[in-house]
Design a protein around this ligand. Structure first.
Ligand SMILES: Cc1cc2nc3c(=O)[nH]c(=O)nc-3n(C[C@H](O)[C@H](O)[C@H](O)COP(=O)(O)OP(=O)(O)OC[C@H]3O[C@@H](n4cnc5c(N)ncnc54)[C@H](O)[C@@H]3O)c2cc1C
Length: 245
């Protein structure tokens, strides 16, 4: 893999261990919103790196929305980074979790758990996304209210695109005003997700899902019962998935 140097320009801590790094990395080649880069360092055990969705479109400053994994190999070092610190960033992005890989549709569900919000933040910063769809529902599943990052930015999307945009926070371990309670799968089964989004999971919608593997598997199974299936170029469907682990 080819590496380029990145320098931390800004660190936003949303909650303990949940943060966004804005990294100046002008050597990264052009990429599509939704793709991921590798971040890493040289350590005692060689070069340690992991993939991270870029939470911004291509530019000289790239955002990464990261959660500290206790006892993880890389995230404790990422969590310690401060403004001015350097990090290795892969030169080329990878991945096909992008709108160009989605089926043609007028409505799209963007479903993520935890830091699985990252690729959607990048997509929603692109005007093409707003131009392409008649209705966009962003569903963010978290445990606690404090994990609901990017509130000011999402509020501004609601202000600018409220007629076509629904933002639906789903909080599993607390009751939060304005959020659905429980897990995403629970809210899908009881109909509250579609009610809040004012749109349905129909055979001609697109569903992007990103994050925790249990949510991905269970949601895909539930949508399967509704006649939705994975999208493949040769076998068109609805669902496009990014698995974080
Ligand atoms: C395509 C892709 C994109 C990714 N994008 C992001 C991103 O934008 N932000 C991000 O924080 N992570 C992202 N990840 C996960 C990331 O690559 C690392 O796995 C994670 O940061 C843990 O690294 P670590 O070395 O500290 O932990 P490791 O020692 O590698 O331990 C891995 C374990 O950590 C847990 N874990 C991994 N990722 C997460 C997570 N996001 N939330 C909760 N638990 C997790 C799982 O139990 C996993 O088995 C992405 C993974 C993939 C495959």
């Amino acid at each position: 893999m080819k590496w380029t140097r990145g320098t931390v320009q800004r660190k936003t801590v949303w909650a303990p261990g949940l943060f966004t790094l804005e990294i100046h990395a002008p050597g990264v080649a052009r990429f599509e919103a939704g793709q991921f880069l590798q971040l890493g360092f040289d350590g005692e055990d060689g070069h340690v790196h992991r993939p991270y969705s870029v939470a911004s479109p291509h530019g000289t400053i790239l955002d990464f929305f990261i959660v500290l994994v206790e006892n993880g190999k890389l995230t404790p070092s990422l969590w310690k980074l401060e403004v001015g610190d350097e990090i290795d960033v892969s030169e080329k992005a990878a991945g096909s979790f992008t709108l160009s890989q989605c089926p043609d549709s007028s409505t799209i569900w963007l479903i993520g758990t935890g830091t699985g919000l990252a690729p959607y933040i990048a997509m929603l910063r692109c005007q093409e996304t707003w131009d392409r769809f008649d209705r966009i529902a962003l569903v963010h599943g978290v445990r606690h209210e404090s994990d609901l990052a990017y509130q000011p930015e999402l509020a501004s999307h609601l202000q600018n695109h409220g007629q076509k945009f629904a933002y639906i926070p789903v909080v599993s371990r607390e009751t939060v005003e304005g959020a659905l309670q429980g897990r995403i799968t629970h809210c899908l089964t009881n109909g509250s997700l579609e009610e809040a989004a004012k749109m349905e999971f129909t055979s001609d919608c697109c569903v992007m899902m990103c994050g925790n593997p249990d949510m991905l598997n269970e949601t895909e199974a539930l949508l399967g019962e509704r006649g939705l299936k994975k999208h493949k170029k040769k076998d068109p469907g609805n669902i496009v998935v990014e698995r974080y682990w």
